[in-house]
Design a protein around this ligand. Structure first.
Ligand SMILES: CC(C)(COP(=O)(O)OP(=O)(O)OC[C@H]1O[C@@H](n2cnc3c(N)ncnc32)[C@H](O)[C@@H]1OP(=O)(O)O)[C@@H](O)C(=O)NCCC(=O)NCCS
Length: 336
């Protein structure tokens, strides 16, 4: 018994069941279309495989394998991104997921990948046992102070992300990424794929999936940084905030102002976004005094996420030092 690339009929068998836990507010037919579109996107046709493990010709377990490019210290690495690991409910606890993952790791090893990576939604112990190590997965939150606040900048121009933003986002991201300890490399096609998924959910999900917003930092009339955000309930979630330091400072101010305008109670994000707030772990690290003086921000709170926890298995021991790096510089859009 070994892994094989799935036929569409095998995938439908899996989706029929996995819809119950993973459909992000989509009807079954929409969920199938969501998957179909993803798999047929030009980026996915080159970089996405759907594997199944069959027992007596029945699909028992499945996963996706993405080929993703990571970069660190000026070098490029190809990683196998494993996602959507699913064992059909009738076949659980019989070692199928363990076997499938071991086979995928072997596939990657034999095909010149530099390692494998995944984002765990379950107790990481399951993947620890298979040899994966955890990278940072803390979520930060900061309550908005009550009272008047003034930004040092003009009112932020926040718009929904559109396809035409992709080239400038890639250009800003690539410059920023080179200064990070490690991270995903992005191409226009990759970002188009990622944003397409978000767009489908924003258009069809019954969960009022928030649309992604973009805010640019402008320096001498040039876009030098951008932030991606979404608003859900009273939370402003920052998914990414990239650019040189001057641009990032401008963006923090703009986002706080954006949060105030929309009466948000909290600004939240994954630890990579909070890197700017170290070492003090306070908003005062990035906001000008005239903005923070009249009303103090409470210190940041951190919680360990129990979903989307990045874990990796490098095949080259030189990459083992990533796990010591804090905060993890991955951004949420790269979640597989
Ligand atoms: C998680 C999952 C893939 C495991 O599949 P499986 O084929 O039953 O796994 P195996 O038989 O190889 O391994 C069983 C072990 O996994 C552990 N396991 C199952 N679900 C787990 C969970 N949610 N968290 C941590 N460990 C879990 C079992 O406790 C068991 O441990 P044991 O050997 O000490 O008894 C399966 O439960 C599943 O499809 N769940 C729903 C989808 C999902 O959550 N996928 C993971 C996304 S990151």
């Amino acid at each position: 018994m070994t892994i094989v690339q799935a036929e569409w009929s095998d995938i439908l068998t899996v989706l029929h069941e996995s819809h119950q836990i993973w459909s992000p507010g989509l009807r079954k037919d929409q969920y199938q279309e969501y998957m179909w579109r993803q798999m047929n996107h030009p980026w996915a046709r080159r970089n996405y495989k759907f594997f199944v493990l069959k027992h007596k010709s029945q699909v028992v377990c499945s996963c996706k394998l993405y080929t993703v490019n990571l970069a660190s210290k000026g070098k490029q690495y190809i990683f196998g991104g494993i996602g959507a690991i699913y064992t059909m409910s009738l076949f659980r606890n019989q070692g199928f997921a363990t076997k499938l993952i071991a086979d995928v790791i072997e596939y990657c090893y034999n095909n010149e990948y530099d390692g494998t990576i995944l984002f765990s939604d379950i107790d990481p112990e399951f993947y620890n046992r298979l040899g994966f190590a955890e990278l940072g997965a803390a979520d930060f939150g900061v309550h908005m102070p009550k009272g008047d606040m003034h930004s040092a900048y003009c009112a932020p121009n926040v718009t929904y992300v559109e396809r035409h933003h992709i080239p400038i986002m890639i250009s800003i991201y690539n410059k920023w990424q080179r200064r990070q300890a490690y991270g995903f490399q992005r191409s226009e096609l990759y970002l188009h794929y990622k944003l397409g998924r978000e767009r489908f959910l924003a258009d069809y999900s019954t969960l009022s999936w928030p649309k992604l917003e973009i805010t640019f930092a402008l320096e001498n009339a040039i876009q030098t940084g951008y932030a991606l955000t979404e608003r859900g309930g009273h939370n402003l979630r920052i998914l990414e905030l990239v650019g040189p330091e001057s641009a990032r400072r401008q963006l923090w101010c703009a986002l706080v102002e954006h949060a105030i305008t929309h009466r948000m109670h909290k600004v939240r994000g994954w630890e990579s976004v909070a890197a700017d707030l170290f070492p003090g772990f306070r908003m005062e690290e990035v906001l000008p005094q005239e903005m923070t003086k009249p009303c103090a921000f409470a210190p940041l709170t951190y919680t360990q996420r129990n979903w989307g926890r990045p874990m990796y298995m490098p095949f080259d021991e030189k990459l083992e030092d990533w796990m010591e790096h804090f905060p993890c510089p991955f951004l949420e859009l790269d979640h597989l």
